[in-house]
Write a protein of this length. Structure first.
Length: 538
């Protein structure tokens, strides 16, 4: 006599198979002929993953949309994976806790669900593919429909295998999308920019930080920078080295909250930058005390280990125009969006620092100055508050994990990090203007606001900068127009333009030579339009 197989048993069997093999159509859809659970992306309509979503481009997460999830879905999870030659599955994107009402993620989405850690380090962030070696690589995006929230470990970012295990008994259905990417011959061996010809005494070959040898002065210096980046829990930066510089690459966006708590703003917003390839940050590998110091009164002074630039405290144009922190222009993490709609810090990156025990930053760099010297936390290696000399605000105390000669330490008093460069800055200081590509004119001069927050609208993937003001103000879209805005609550909604809409914009003469666009919408607290929607491109 045959034992009958129950429908619940079959469903559980199919769910378990999906977790290990990659995807299945829910049994209720199979039985009723209902439309299957599917996932799509405008990022790769032809089956390819464009450079934009890899370390050869902006390194942002692609947009995804799904439909027809199984009945009873309470929330979703997402894994992006690849299988390298060693056969061990590698994860680039771990995301869970996505509300069951969500049907899409916008490009470079933030604030929807909870990020876990990929296989390239402990950072809870999208980790853009950066494969080594020639040939086509395949990346699979799997959306999981779950009947309940998975029970996961607390305290550290969740890994792909941990999430898979926790979902094994609550998966109602999965759907897959595979996209392919082939790196160019030059990039297949590492994504650092072509370096200037090194001197004869410094001929170390360019190599990924993860594979740099630990012998030789140059290799040890590169390894110091590479190892420091691994401590970030708020964003991913990568590094490559030649004989002169470490090239720190990122999209410039942290995974911690941004813009919250600002009380004076020009209403710029944080969007992904392209600090990749030739535009990566150049950090000298062998810094030395210079005969004369270099002023640092405007613009970037270094880069944090999460890939976010660190600026001096002054407003654009110099310190005579004011201190951004004292004027209330910084968020709770000591950062804000600048005139290129770029996010950067102007003081101690405290939201980065909470990712490690307080004493960790006494001996481990939280960033690197443009002259190659390390930036540490508030204390010297002995745990005492760091002394600050009268030269550039650093000191010569020896610190492990950093080049000898000099080091900088953050403080809560201006200038917060450094007052000048004790070593010789890289070309990034003089060439800072070329590193940023402004999207638009500043819409207003900084003015008083309150209750500012930046969130993601799960319904359509727009980023939403919301704030209140107790007085009317005038804004502009082009610099030649103006819009009178009332006091009250305001929202600026924005997201990247993709697919056919992007192609249509870039085909116009106005945007000739540009490659990326963002859609902006403006409304009041009741949802009423306060000025026309507009697309900005760069």
């Amino acid at each position: 006599m045959k034992t009958p197989i129950s429908r619940p048993f079959l469903l559980a069997l199919f769910a378990a198979a999906a977790v290990s093999l990659g995807g299945f159509t829910p049994l209720n859809a199979m039985a009723t002929g209902a439309s299957p659970f599917t996932v799509t992306s405008e990022a790769g309509p032809d089956g390819t993953l464009p450079d934009t979503y890899t370390c050869d481009g902006a390194g942002v997460a692609p947009a995804l949309a799904w439909s027809n999830p199984p009945e009873g879905t309470q929330e979703f999870a997402l894994l992006m994976s690849t299988v390298p030659p060693d056969g061990v599955i590698k994860y680039n994107w771990v995301l869970y806790g996505i509300p069951g009402t969500t049907t899409q993620l916008s490009q470079d989405s933030h604030g929807v669900g909870t990020l876990g850690a990929g296989s390239n380090g402990p950072s809870a962030a999208y980790q853009p593919p950066c494969s080594k070696g020639p040939g086509q690589k395949s990346y699979t995006f799997t959306v999981y429909a779950l009947s309940a929230a998975p029970v996961l470990p607390q305290g550290t970012p969740v890994s792909g295998p941990q999430l898979l295990s926790a979902m094994s008994s609550i998966t109602l259905g999965t759907t897959n999308l595979s996209l392919h990417h082939t790196r160019s011959g030059a990039n297949a061996n590492g994504n650092a920019p072509p370096p200037p010809p090194p001197p004869a005494a410094a001929t170390a070959a360019m190599a990924p930080a993860s594979s740099v040898a630990t012998t030789g002065t140059q290799s040890e210096a590169c390894a110091r920078v590479a190892n420091s980046l691994k401590a970030s829990t708020t964003g991913v930066a990568t590094v490559e080295c030649d004989g002169i510089y470490a090239y720190v690459a990122s999209n410039g966006l942290p995974t911690h909250t941004m813009m919250d708590g600002i009380v004076a703003s020009n209403l710029q917003v944080p969007i992904a930058q392209s600090f990749f390839g030739a535009n990566a940050w150049k950090i000298p590998l062998q810094p030395a005390i210079a005969a004369t110091t270099t002023t640092a009164n405007d613009g970037p002074i270094g880069v944090a280990i999460n890939g976010v630039p660190i600026f001096n405290p002054c407003k654009q144009g110099g310190c005579q125009n004011g201190d951004t922190k004292a004027l209330g222009e910084l968020d709770a993490c000591n950062g804000h969006a600048g005139r290129a709609d770029d996010y950067h810090y102007h003081a101690a990156p405290n939201c980065l620092m909470v990712g490690q025990p307080a004493g960790y930053w006494d001996t481990h760099p939280l960033g690197w100055a443009l002259d190659g010297f390390a930036i540490f936390g508030y204390n010297d290696a002995d745990g005492r508050v760091a002394s600050r000399d009268d030269v550039c605000g650093g000191n010569t105390s020896a610190v492990a994990n950093a080049p000898s000669g000099y080091s900088y330490h953050v403080t809560d008093a201006a200038p917060y990090v450094l007052s000048c460069f004790r070593g010789t800055p890289s070309p990034d200081l003089a060439g800072q203007g070329a590193k940023f590509s402004p999207l638009r004119r500043p819409p207003v001069r900084p003015f008083g606001v309150s209750a500012m927050t930046l969130t993601t609208d799960a319904r359509d993937g727009y980023q939403v900068l919301q704030f209140q003001t107790d007085r009317p103000f005038t804004s502009t879209e082009t610099g030649t127009d103006s819009y009178e805005q009332p006091a009250g609550t305001h929202r600026i909604r924005y997201k990247p333009v993709t697919g056919a809409a992007l192609a249509e914009l870039l085909a116009t003469g106005e945007h000739a030579g540009k490659s990326a666009c963002w859609s902006f919408q403006f409304s009041d607290g009741a949802g009423g339009t306060t000025q026309p929607a507009v697309a900005y491109c760069r």
